[in-house]
Ligand binder design. Structure first.
Ligand code: ZN
Length: 418
């Protein structure tokens, strides 16, 4: 049980509510529902009232609450990082050096580097070691204002280690202040022991791993790395359909390196989100928007891989719901920096400040099917709130690459101050 608090935040120069209970598509992404001189009341961890400071203080007695004076500061919903791989053993600094010398992600993978390196280290790591490093990473995320994070397995690629990763996340969900949404991603790569026997490995995922994960209720989502040379559209469909049959919700790593039809598959299956989408086709994106699938873009990964950025401007102009996430992982992008992500999304991907805020709040929540409980400052939602050092959300892209979060509140409790 997480601790819950009673709190009043008052005098916010901008209370950026991001109000809503579902994903915002296209033009809706500009609507931030700002209340000038705003205030919020949180009771027992849940938002009880939202309004101007005058309205709120007329109805609620400050004595009964912890009070935060946000004079001269902007207040926003806690950020939602809806795509990460934060539980892993070992590091891949050598490979990063190879990349700096011009080798591509796929070349390094063919050389025996890439995900399999993290797999070896994660298999070797004890549960305690994984908990300790993951806890440290969560604390860093919290300092950037993230109050809900998604985490994927996929560095085990055998039943035992996949379960170990998921159990680590469940342990941290109980002990850490942050909310952790778990995703099973056994189809992240084919492990060495199934080299040239991918079909057998897909069978293992469908017949052994998924049923065990479902039995232990260890993952809310199932995700697949649908990519040329990784898992084909047909293999991805098979795995995702099996996961759905077992009661899991679906996500997909789609069209990251080549245009394979991942976006079309996401639309066909009605996944909650499709992620990366650097090379997604116009038609695939249109079908996704029609089906309500959230487009989760991961700017720091494209940046670290020196890949072309996803077409955020095009997507929003054509009615997509865009979410932004860090894809924090030990290989393709070892960063959980929200400021860097916002800088790339706004300066290089054509998103404006309002769209970037929507993408890390309500649309991030929607990418996790949690838009009814987090991602906005609305009555009935969790008291997950971020206070900036500056009076406007516009400082988020403007103060480029700098963390301007001053206070982080989770379930109505002040849990971090920078
Ligand atoms: Zn990923």
């Amino acid at each position: 049980m997480k601790t819950r608090g009673n709190m009043i935040i008052k005098n916010a120069s901008e209370l950026v509510t991001c109000s809503g209970s579902k994903a915002k598509f296209g033009k809706e992404m500009r609507e931030l529902g700002i209340i000038k001189d705003g205030a919020v009341v949180v009771e027992d961890g849940i938002i009880k009232a939202v309004g101007t400071t005058e309205e709120i203080l007329k109805k609620y007695k400050e004595d009964n609450y912890e009070v935060i004076d946000a004079k001269g500061k902007a207040v926003l919903p806690g950020f939602v990082d809806s795509h990460t791989h934060f539980v892993f053993g070992g590091y891949r600094q050598e490979e990063f050096s190879w990349r700096l010398n011009g080798e591509s992600y796929m070349e390094i993978m063919n050389k025996g580097g890439g995900i399999v390196n993290s797999v070896r280290a994660t298999r070797e790591a004890s549960k305690e070691e994984l908990i300790s490093s993951a806890e440290d990473r969560l604390n860093s995320m919290l300092s950037f204002g993230v109050t809900t994070v998604e985490g994927k397995s996929g560095y085990g690629l055998d039943l035992e280690t996949e379960l170990k990763q998921l159990e680590v996340m469940h342990y941290l969900q109980k002990t850490h202040v942050m909310d952790i949404i778990t995703t099973f991603m056994g189809a992240h790569a084919t492990p060495g022991e199934y080299k040239d026997k991918k079909e057998e490995f897909v069978n293992v995922i469908c017949e052994e791993m998924l049923p065990e994960v479902a039995k232990g209720n260890l993952a809310e989502f199932c995700d697949v790395f649908c990519e040329k040379g990784v898992f084909s559209v047909e293999e991805s469909r098979r795995i995702l359909l099996k996961a759905r049959e077992l009661g899991m919700k679906l996500k997909i790593h789609a069209d990251e390196i080549v245009q394979l039809g991942g976006a079309e598959l996401a639309a066909e299956l009605g996944t909650i989100s499709a992620d990366h989408l650097l090379h997604a086709s116009d038609n695939g994106l249109k079908e996704m928007a029609n089906k309500g699938v959230v487009s989760t873009l991961l700017p720091t990964t494209a940046f670290c891989l020196k890949e072309p950025f996803a077409r955020a401007r095009y997507m929003i102009d054509n009615g997509s719901a865009v979410a932004l996430a860090t894809d924090f992982n030990p290989g393709s992008g070892f960063t959980n920096s929200i400021p860097l992500m916002i800088a790339l999304a706004t300066i290089y991907m054509g998103m404006n400040a309002e769209e970037a805020v929507t993408a890390i709040t309500i649309n991030g929540a929607a990418a996790l099917d949690k838009a009814d409980s987090v991602g906005s400052i609305d009555v009935g939602k969790k008291g997950d709130i971020v206070m900036l050092k500056y009076p406007s959300y516009k400082f988020l892209p403007y103060h480029t690459g700098v963390n301007i979060v001053e206070k982080v509140i989770k379930n109505g409790i002040l849990v971090h101050q920078n």
